[in-house]
Every structure is written in structure tokens, then in C-alpha cells.
Design a protein around this ligand. Structure first.
Ligand SMILES: NC(=O)C1=CN([C@@H]2O[C@H](COP(=O)(O)OP(=O)(O)OC[C@H]3O[C@@H](n4cnc5c(N)ncnc54)[C@H](OP(=O)(O)O)[C@@H]3O)[C@@H](O)[C@H]2O)C=CC1
Ligand SMILES: N[C@@H](C=O)C(=O)O
Length: 264
């Protein structure tokens, strides 16, 4: 056990629980007996979720209003993670639409700060007490976009960083009792694409995963000791096939499925 909450339950810190995949993780972990540290910008949604988790599961939540694109927001979250958590879900992240060469440089920088810098800093902050306790779990939410080249630019690159960081760290953590996973979903029905302004009408419905499918797969793969979790048979097939064919062909196929234009 690292640092339990006042109730004595294990604590899970989830970034970005106000919608989508993070919301799914927060609910599931509360139902499994965790108290929560909920980190995002939208205080009303954080408070509403905290109240619901208390009502439904008896879980206590610390609400931490923080913008992970800012040094202040990351510092406050790092401080809480360093104080000790049992389960860390680095989930907050976003994509953007448009082309790289016309995108606002400040927006691209904040994407790097949320999708990469926050993940590195929070993982670094949470690990010492986990290693000391010889227990703990970190799920870094990456994406199929981090495994297949050819879909956008900065977003895919940020997720490739998260995959590489996590796979690399898993070697160092072997034998410590700490589990780490790079979770790589394909398209998931959340607020992600609407927030990014990414046009999705050409994507067939069989390519979508639900939040529950993603959370189920992540937790099942953790139990199996899998460092890389790719939810859904369609994405398992896609990512396996992409490793077996020439990289140039994989790049062209990924571009045509995911529309490489119009997203950074
Ligand atoms: N949906 C998809 O198809 C896929 C998504 N992913 C990844 O899954 C993760 C979750 O995305 P998803 O649930 O789909 O998206 P949503 O847009 O539904 O949720 C994003 C969450 O991240 C939080 N967030 C965004 N920016 C910041 C910030 N600057 N500071 C703090 N919190 C922030 C939001 O909270 P708030 O606005 O309150 O701050 C929100 O809770 C992301 O890392 C995404 O890249 C990966 C593969 C596929
Ligand atoms: N699957 C999404 C995010 O990772 C996307 O690229 O549309």
C-alpha cells in the first residue's frame, strides 16, 4: 500500500475524468473499492462526478482543478501524485484539427504539455512510493495512433512517445511489483473528436469502441501482465498486420483509414 486515503481505501488518481475514457476509469475504479483523486479543468463536472461516486460506490474523492497544459496545474498534480497513490491513470489528452503548418504554435505546445509532459511528470512523481511499497499500477492512455504512423503529426507523435516511455519503463520496473501499461485504443465514442473538430462521418461504426470496452480490456490486460493493451479485435488485427507489412504500406493504409489530413 502506498498512501491510503483517510478512509483507508487505496487511492486512484485519474486525469481527465470529466468525460470519456477517464470518466469510465474513475467509475470502474470506484466500483472496485478505490477512493479517487479527480484532476481536470471543469470544476462543476468534477464535483458532480465526485458526488455520484460517493452515492453509488461510497468512494471519497479529492477534486483537483488543474489545467495540465500549465506548469502550475502540473505542479499541483505532481505534488499530490508524489504524496502517494496506488493507481495512476494518465488519461487527459486531446487532438486538434487543421494542418500542422497552419496550427497555432501555442496550441501545439499545450498538446505536447498535456499529452506528454504531464504523463512524464506524473509517472515520475508517482513511482517512488509505488516502488517502495512494491505495489502500484500506472495506465498511460496512448492510442493506436501511437503505433501506426501516417495519422496526423503531433498527436500521433505524442502518443508514440507515451508508448515508448511506457514500454521502456516496463523493463526497469520488472520485479518491483509495480505494473505499467500503455493503453492504445482506436476510435472511441467520447467528446474527443468533437472537441478537436475532427470530421468523423466517414468512419464506419464497426471501427468504434465503447468506453466500457476500453476499460475492460485495460484491466484484463493488466491482470495478464500485458504492457501494451490494444482493445478490440479489429484493432488487434490492424496493429498486428501493420507490423508484418512494409512500413511504407502501413503508413499509406493508416492514412486512408484514419484520414491523415485535417488533423495535427
Ligand atoms: N476518443 C478516442 O477515439 C481516443 C482517445 N484516446 C485518448 O484517450 C484519452 C481520453 O480521451 P477521451 O476520453 O476520448 O476524450 P474526452 O475529450 O472525452 O476527454 C478528455 C479529458 O481530458 C481532460 N483534459 C483535456 N485537456 C486538459 C487539460 N489541459 N488539463 C486537464 N485535463 C484536460 C478533459 O477534462 P476538462 O475539459 O474538464 O479539463 C476530459 O476529462 C486522451 O489521452 C486521448 O488522446 C486514445 C485513443 C482514441
Ligand atoms: N483514435 C483517436 C485518438 O487517438 C483518433 O485518432 O481519432
Amino acid at each position: 500500500m502506498t498512501r491510503p486515503s483517510r478512509s483507508g481505501k487505496p487511492v486512484a488518481l485519474v486525469t481527465g475524468p470529466t468525460s470519456g475514457i477517464g470518466d469510465g476509469f474513475a467509475r470502474r475504479l470506484a466500483s472496485r473499492g478505490h477512493d479517487l483523486v479527480l484532476v481536470a479543468r471543469d470544476e462543476d463536472r468534477l464535483q458532480a462526478l465526485a458526488a455520484e461516486l460517493k452515492d453509488r460506490h461510497g468512494a471519497d474523492s479529492e477534486v483537483l482543478v488543474a489545467d495540465l497544459a500549465t506548469a502550475d496545474g502540473r505542479d499541483a498534480t505532481v505534488e499530490r501524485a508524489a504524496a502517494g497513490v496506488d493507481f495512476l491513470v494518465n488519461n487527459a489528452g486531446f487532438g486538434t484539427s487543421g494542418e500542422f503548418w497552419s496550427a497555432d504554435p501555442a496550441l501545439l505546445q499545450s498538446q505536447l504539455d498535456v499529452n506528454v509532459t504531464a504523463v512524464v511528470q506524473l509517472t515520475r512523481a508517482a513511482l517512488p512510493s509505488m516502488v517502495k511499497a512494491a505495489s502500484g499500477t500506472i495506465v498511460n492512455v496512448a492510442s493506436v495512433a501511437g503505433l501506426l504512423s501516417g495519422r496526423g503529426s503531433t498527436y500521433s507523435a505524442s502518443k508514440a512517445y507515451v508508448v515508448s516511455l511506457t514500454e521502456g519503463l516496463s523493463g526497469g520496473l520488472a520485479g518491483t511489483g509495480v505494473r505499467i501499461q500503455a493503453l492504445c485504443p482506436g476510435f472511441v465514442r467520447t467528446e474527443f473528436h468533437q472537441r478537436a473538430g475532427i470530421e468523423m462521418s466517414s468512419i464506419p461504426s464497426f471501427m468504434y469502441l465503447s468506453v466500457d470496452q476500453v476499460v475492460d480490456a485495460s484491466l484484463a490486460d493488466l491482470d495478464k501482465g500485458r504492457v501494451l493493451s490494444v482493445p478490440g479485435l479489429q484493432y488487434k488485427a490492424l496493429t498486428t498486420a501493420s507490423r508484418l507489412i512494409p512500413r511504407s504500406l502501413a503508413r499509406r493504409s493508416a492514412s486512408s483509414v484514419g484520414s491523415a489530413r485535417g488533423r495535427t
